[in-house]
Design a protein around this ligand. Structure first.
Ligand code: GLU
Length: 407
């Protein structure tokens, strides 16, 4: 862990101090009696990059129960286990606009999404296991793989939730009556209560988020926890449904896939970049950590993390165009060649004055300074090459590192 003098750590410490000085009213959850014992002043943030750097400020080693944050990761586990089609046959992907514990079913009898309780309980039922213990053991292993360390369950919170969990049992019964849930209600609900009571700190949830940000690879352990498509699908649902019935407002203001829990934690993800975990137990009116929301809103604004900001791109994939004697034009490309970069090259080659000049008989595409190319970019360049050949021009590829294949 970088020491507190690290500039990133210092920025995180400053954001916490700024938010602490503002007024963000909230109340610690007490509908599960054990949760009401949380320290309302505890406040922490951690960030984990996909390259494995972690930063933390505040009470980042304080443990709290993961609660609904678990729902996103258990969803990822069942998507990996059964595939998206089988899972969406049982639970939808539409934001419900309703409270987390609402009776939320669509006209096909599916819970609206896996991040409200009804949907999360169905998701937990899709984790293989012949008993609550087996199901929970599998969930604990899977979430520990996301966190990169062995998580344990706060049995006191789990028991407290079970003792007061009739509404969740009722939701499970309704899901069973509509056919979305086929397993025994008690087994499923007890595994769900223990899943919610897994203990984490902000660095754990930051690493869990970074695993989704990094296409399913845990940056702490290097382990592939879920396939890339599962990481993407999970982030999609977090973006539209992760913040209870403020998910639209959240996407508008903060613009990051996220999931919050009534324990006071929130995980937010900057895809391809970071996982961020925040913790502060007092909750706002819809059940999101009040200071946590303010912290992530500030971070998103200050560090430019909104998903729909205008993407910064390198100036141009074209480093130089040299017209050489004898009708040869050399186009030197650089950096990462993705579809957008290849489209610029294709346009320039098809319409540029150098390549379309009558005198040009040979076009050399020099990709020595290209670091990598996507398949779709390579395909586009292959089409450009074919077009140039049709026009009677020669095309030569200079690719010493074999980053591209446009035979
Ligand atoms: N264990 C909680 C419940 O189902 C999760 C609530 C939450 O974090 O939204 O009531």
């Amino acid at each position: 862990m970088p020491h507190p003098g690290n500039p990133v750590t210092r920025s995180l410490t400053r954001v916490l101090a700024d938010v602490r000085a503002q007024d963000h009213p909230g109340r610690v959850a007490d509908y599960i009696p054990e949760l009401s014992r949380a320290d309302p002043e505890a406040f922490a943030i951690s960030a984990a990059s996909v390259s494995g750097h972690t930063y933390a400020a505040g009470d980042s080693t304080t443990l709290f129960t993961i609660q609904s944050i678990s729902k996103a990761f258990v969803y990822a586990l069942v998507l990996s286990e059964h595939g998206a089609d089988a899972v969406t046959a049982r639970v939808g992907v539409e934001p419900s606009g309703e409270a987390f514990n609402a009776v939320s079913f669509d006209d096909r009898g599916r819970p609206h999404n896996p991040l409200v309780n009804a949907g999360a309980i169905v998701t937990t039922s899709l984790v293989p296991g012949a008993s609550a213990e087996e199901r929970f053991a599998r969930i604990r292993r899977g979430l520990s793989a996301f966190a990169g360390r062995d998580l344990d369950c706060d049995e006191t919170v789990a028991a407290s939730e079970s003792a007061t969990g009739d509404r969740n049992r009722a939701l499970a019964m309704l899901a069973r009556s509509s056919g979305a849930l086929t397993e025994p209600v008690d087994d499923v609900v007890e595994a769900y209560f223990r899943q919610c009571a897994l203990r984490v700190d902000t660095t754990d949830i930051a690493v869990m988020g970074a695993t989704l940000a990094g296409d399913g690879i845990n940056p702490r352990t290097g382990e592939r926890v879920v396939p890339p498509a599962v990481a993407r699908d999970t982030l999609s649902v977090m973006a539209s449904c992760g913040m209870y019935d403020r998910s639209g407002q959240w996407l508008f203001e903060v613009g990051m896939p996220a999931k919050s829990g009534v324990g006071g934690g929130i995980v937010a993800v900057a895809p391809g970049e970071y996982g961020i975990g925040v913790f502060s137990p007092p909750l706002d009116a819809v059940g999101n950590s009040a200071r946590g929301v303010a912290t992530l809103r500030t971070l998103s604004q200050e560090f430019g993390l909104h998903l729909f900001r205008h993407p910064e791109r390198p100036a141009s994939p074209v480093q130089a165009i040299d017209v050489e004697p004898g009708g040869t034009v050399v186009i030197r490309l650089r950096g990462m060649l993705d579809f957008v970069a290849a489209e610029q090259v294709a346009h320039l080659t098809a319409y540029g004055p150098e390549t379309t000049a009558d005198a040009t008989t040979r076009v050399v595409l020099d990709v020595s300074a290209v670091t990598a190319s996507t398949r779709v970019a390579a395909r586009l360049l292959a089409d450009v090459a074919a077009e140039l050949r049709l026009q009677g021009r020669d095309i030569v590829l200079v690719d010493p590192d074999g980053v591209i294949d446009i035979a």
